[in-house]
Ligand binder design. Sequence first.
Ligand code: DER
Length: 235
Amino acid sequence: TVIEEAKRLAAWTAVDKHVLPEHKIIGIGSGSTVPYVVERIVAQGPEVNEGRIFIPTGFQSKELIISSKLQLGDVDQYPTIDVTIDGADEVDGDLNCIKGGGACHLREKVLAEAADTWVIVADYRKNSQLLGTNWKQGVPVEVAPFAFAKVLLNLQRLGSEKAALRMGKAKAGPIVTDNGNFVIDAPFPEEQMKDPYTLLARVKMLTGVVEVGLFCHMAKAAYFGNQDGSVTAKW
Ligand code: DER
């Protein structure tokens, strides 16, 4: 499909530009765009990948590394990472992102921060000027299950009237993250989304919040595959 081709285009462009032979410790994000990143890295050949270590951002990411027969490593062993490539739910004009559509944003943010270079890959649907323009599901907030009701109330008081616990589709009850936590999806008014860094700070401070799906001032570059086969790069 056009969207899958756009994801592949973004992923291949980013790998060709940012995953160089001298890069040995590589963070692998989560979602449906990242498999194209791994596909392109594998295509660099066994000699280049010999001696490289790949750090996952969750269960799905780990399985992708294993099934691609790449060497798996843990962030405990490699606290600093050469380059991490990941997807996003939406990216604004300053490279701030909403992430967490796949409920993987805690480990994703750890690896984004640990990386010398953090790069986003996505299809054209994620390329916005203002967060919340296309991604209407709200800011994903990972919370300790014990505190979810309190955090829900405090998010509503902070301005997210429609904040709601993310429920399973093929599972009765709320989804549970790779870390054993819940996720609240919190849509905020445009006014607040204009300053994602302030919003991030306010939400992160709420007791019981584990991590917030706003990644501000972290990305070095973002690549978006377009419907016409071109790539838009933002940096
Ligand atoms: O959960 C996340 O942040 C993922 O990176 C994800 O939302 C991006 O998903 P996609 O690559 O499947 O669009």
